[in-house]
Design a protein. Structure first.
Length: 221
């Protein structure tokens, strides 16, 4: 059966890789992008909706698909205002989950983060945890929350200090063994492939997909 996928966050690192994988996957006959800016040069199977992602409810009528992939996320550096940060990292995924439930979409996948905890004293971990909690409250049949560790890859807006920090982190990777293995860098390609594999596999029992599981599931091709 040919499927339709909705993708939020296609202009980001992980979302962009996921978009390319969905385009190349013949399982998908249609891909709907909801974003603030247009992406040029996409094939006919991709329909773009240029929207204010903070007001997704206005697009309820076209928010229909077999699956929703949510790769929305910002950073403290890009969004220092905590109120705006929460509108993005909490508000958009939860709104998308609510629309998915209303429109009987049975598969919802969202990228969260290692350390997400709704009871955390750390604002950023707490925000991710609250997002996870309220996404799960929608009781969508196939809900998958991916918790990668530090995401690798090259970002267009990556600053010099960020590049240095990532390089140092890569050097330390061999030291992350046992329980520390979950803190190893998670590559965006692995996240994207794991999401597709989860959406197209037999029923998977786990809702929370840890960084180690992301890497394992991504190899099941």
């Amino acid at each position: 059966m040919k499927k339709t996928a909705i993708l939020l966050g296609a202009t980001g690192l992980t979302g962009g890789i996921l978009l390319q994988k969905l385009i190349e996957d013949n399982t998908y006959q249609s891909i709907k992008l909801f974003s603030r800016s247009k992406i040029e040069g996409l094939p006919a199977k991709v329909t773009q909706y240029i929207v204010d992602l903070l007001d997704l409810e206005q697009f309820r009528a076209v928010f229909t698909a077999d699956e929703v992939y949510c790769c929305i996320g910002t950073t403290k550096a890009k969004t220092p205002n905590k109120g705006v940060y929460k509108q993005i990292d909490y508000g958009i995924p939860v709104a998308a989950a609510k629309l998915s439930k209303e429109n009987a979409i049975e598969t919802f996948l969202v990228v969260s983060a290692l350390g997400a905890n709704s009871n955390s004293a750390v604002f950023y971990n707490k925000t991710k945890g609250e997002m996870e909690r309220d996404v799960q409250k929608q009781n969508i049949k196939n809900t998958f929350i991916l918790r990668p560790s530090l995401i690798g890859g090259v970002r267009q807006e990556q600053r010099t200090l960020e590049k240095i920090g990532l390089a140092i982190f890569k050097v330390l990777q061999p030291l992350f063994i046992g329980k520390l293995e979950q803190y190893k860098i998670t590559e965006p390609e692995a996240i994207a492939q794991a999401m597709i594999n989860l959406a197209n596999s037999a029923p998977y029992a786990e809702v929370i997909i840890t960084s180690n599981e992301i890497k394992r599931i991504s190899k099941n091709t």
